[in-house]
Design a protein around this ligand. Structure first.
Ligand SMILES: Nc1ncnc2c1ncn2[C@@H]1O[C@H](COP(=O)(O)OP(=O)(O)OP(=O)(O)O)[C@@H](O)[C@H]1O
Ligand SMILES: [Mg+2]
Length: 624
């Protein structure tokens, strides 16, 4: 049976200078009972247990997330060595004497034995001590060919028990995750740096941190944007920080990606201060109210506590005001988008409010039936914006229905049914004249904002704290931009829509206006990729999000999620082993588990990442 010769071993594996000697002790299937617990996340189908000779330095060097290679049965009859790859999920040391000690033993005896073992841990006594690791297959085989180098094949092959386990070294990891991505994004600097302008990396892999081996991680930006991505972590985990750093890199290292931020927390003018101050990047920030000078700007934005009293911030904000890229929203022209689907949604809401009133329910049923007939007869889709004659038709139908069923004129249903003509000004269709930039002074109407996005701007930040106003913008902008693209069959430039605090826009159980924004964001996620429209969804309560939206994300970053329910939603939606996800409980701010179906070098293989800190970019900028 072929073994890795010494030069292959040195090239692709590491034993930490002779310290690591481990073998696969056994591999066991995960039993169905465990795998299909009610409301549980997913577990890998097999778990391997690796036993490692004890070396006291090793515990500080081994990391969850490291990849191991164990020879497999498939390679038995091949000339090249072939290995099953496993990801380390847990590491723990054990002591022969202590493991024989039962909980029921006489307590002084337990203390005595524990105390006696102190010295053992410090020595390197392989006869009493051992390190154990559990590892799960990542469903890739590694083949090593002395001429062609390493190659990876998808699929699970049964590893041979008792075979030696090898740790993949930094060069092989770098090659696995970065080679193809670097080819696609077109080159990276020879010496990696956290400076966004010089290096498109997202951060460093945590795997070999203890050895201070910096392995940068690169991501395929085009696929990241087009196939949507999610950032999930508890509050303070670094979601906004990471989002801003991803945007920084998109702006510096891609040519045809534009960004629209729905910034309900008003924190991106600070988090992207350096980018917004860069005259080479056409950008605008739109606030809820007029911002005339740096002092007004300071009170309109949110900064991390350390920067609240920093005079340098005020000076740089003054620069932003002078750049002339700040504006405010002119509410005229901001109205909801009405589609056939949103009318049906309204009716569904009214039905919810009319429980126990059969006549009201009859009236609603009748209107709904007529709307459905109209949609079918005119071959419209629920996503289409309503036509003028539909509004007249609905107005008449709704009036007739509430009168026929004697709905009280003080009820909400009556109010809805009798105001349709007035409330539903049909939006301009694509055939109508293109929206004109109705810009007055520094006020921007909805059309003017759409014009900015479709024009030269690469970054449009909508820092609007009023939830109903920003939700209205979400609905209108996403639907109008999608409509414009579908009519023109346009894909580029890509537009990334960033939804931070996404639970505001796509809650799991939306009501009222939330239904409209949720409906439009879901549509963007479903249809956007065909037309180059992508989304970034960031939230702290992933379990409270619209599940259909979550299912559209192809890349996700997971930080600390303390609630088991959030973890099991992530695990079952994205098919990530729960044991691996538990590692995130130990994460500090800026540490992430990253997995992607499209944008990283390895399909859906979770990797642990320490993201670069956006505040460092701001700090450098403020110091200038
Ligand atoms: N990559 C990083 N490296 C170092 N520190 C970081 C990193 N990312 C975030 N932090 C720290 O964590 C703090 C919180 O980050 P951030 O505001 O981005 O969290 P968040 O997840 O968006 O929180 P919230 O849910 O409250 O919006 C930052 O002020 C920063 O000090
Ligand atoms: Mg945040």
């Amino acid at each position: 049976m072929p073994a890795p010769n010494e030069s292959l071993f040195k090239q692709y594996f590491t034993d930490f200078d002779g310290r690591f000697k481990g073998r696969l002790s056994h591999i066991r299937p995960t039993f169905a009972r465990e795998a299909f617990r009610e409301s549980a996340g997913v577990r890998a189908k097999h778990t391997g247990i690796i036993k490692v000779e004890y070396q006291k330095d090793l515990m500080g060097l081994l990391e969850e997330g490291m990849l191991l290679a164990v020879r497999n049965y498939k390679g038995l009859h091949q000339r090249r060595p072939r290995y099953t790859l496993l990801e380390v999920a847990a590491i723990w040391p054990s002591h022969f004497g202590l493991s024989g000690l039962s909980e029921e033993s006489y307590y002084p005896l337990q203390f005595e034995i524990i105390q006696q073992s102190v010295e053992d841990w410090d020595a390197t006594d392989t006869s009493t001590l051992m390190i154990r690791m559990s590892a799960i297959p990542i469903n890739y085989d590694l083949s090593l060919d002395p001429e062609k180098g390493p190659s990876f094949d998808r699929g699970f092959s049964y590893p041979i028990p008792a075979e030696e386990a090898f740790i993949l070294n930094r060069d092989l990891i770098n090659l696995m995750y970065n080679k193809r991505v670097i080819e696609r994004i077109g080159g990276v600097p020879a010496k990696t740096t956290s400076e966004a302008r010089r290096d498109p990396r997202l951060g460093l892999l945590k795997m070999f941190e203890a050895l201070q081996h910096d392995i940068p991680l690169y991501i395929d930006f085009e696929r990241l944007v087009r196939y949507h991505f999610g950032l999930f972590s508890f509050t303070g985990g670094g979601k906004s920080n990471l989002a801003s750093n991803i945007m920084r890199r998109l702006l510096y290292h891609t040519k045809d990606v534009k960004i629209v931020i729905f910034d309900i927390a008003c924190e991106y003018p600070f988090l992207l201060l350096d980018v917004l101050s860069d005259p080479k990047i056409p950008a605008h920030v739109i606030f809820e109210n007029r911002v005339a000078d740096a002092n007004q700007l300071v009170s309109s934005i949110v900064r991390p506590r350390d920067y609240e009293a920093d005079p340098r911030v005020l000076a740089k904000l003054g620069g932003l005001v002078r750049r002339g890229i700040l504006g405010h929203l002119v509410r005229r022209g901001v109205s909801a988008v009405h589609t056939y689907g949103s009318v049906l949604n309204d009716l569904e809401d009214l039905r919810g409010q009319s429980e126990g009133r059969p006549t009201y329910l009859n009236a609603i049923g009748l209107i709904e039936q007529q709307v459905n007939n109209y949609v079918a007869e005119h071959a419209c889709s629920e996503d289409d914006t309503v036509a003028k004659e539909f509004v007249d038709f609905l107005d008449q139908t709704a009036h007739d229905a509430v009168e026929r069923f004697r709905v009280s004129d003080k009820s909400q249903l009556w109010g809805w049914a009798t105001t349709r003509a007035k409330a539903m000004q049909p939006s301009p269709t694509a055939e109508a004249a293109p929206p004109q930039p109705a810009k007055t002074d520094d006020g921007y109407t909805f059309e003017a904002i759409q014009h900015l996005i479709e024009g030269e701007d690469r970054l449009v930040c909508l820092s609007i704290a009023d939830p109903s106003l920003i939700k209205m913008l979400v609905s209108r902008l996403t639907s109008q931009l999608l409509l414009a693209r579908t009519k023109r069959f346009q894909v580029k430039p890509y537009i990334l829509f960033v939804f931070d605090e996404a639970q505001e826009f796509i809650p799991q159980d939306p009501r009222g206006q939330d239904r409209t924004s949720s409906y439009h964001v879901e549509r963007l996620l479903r249809q956007g990729r065909k037309y180059g429209l992508g989304a970034c969804i960031a939230t702290q309560r992933v379990a409270h999000l619209n599940t259909s939206c979550l299912q559209q994300l192809h890349t996700f970053f997971v930080g600390t999620l303390p609630r088991p329910y959030d973890r099991s939603v992530v695990s079952s939606t994205f098919l990530i082993d729960e044991g691996i996800l538990e590692k995130t409980l130990e994460f500090g701010p800026g540490e992430w588990l990253l997995a992607s179906y499209t944008a990283t070098g390895m399909e859906n293989v979770p990797i642990f990442l320490r993201a670069d800190n956006a505040e460092k970019e701001i700090e450098t900028f403020l110091a200038k």
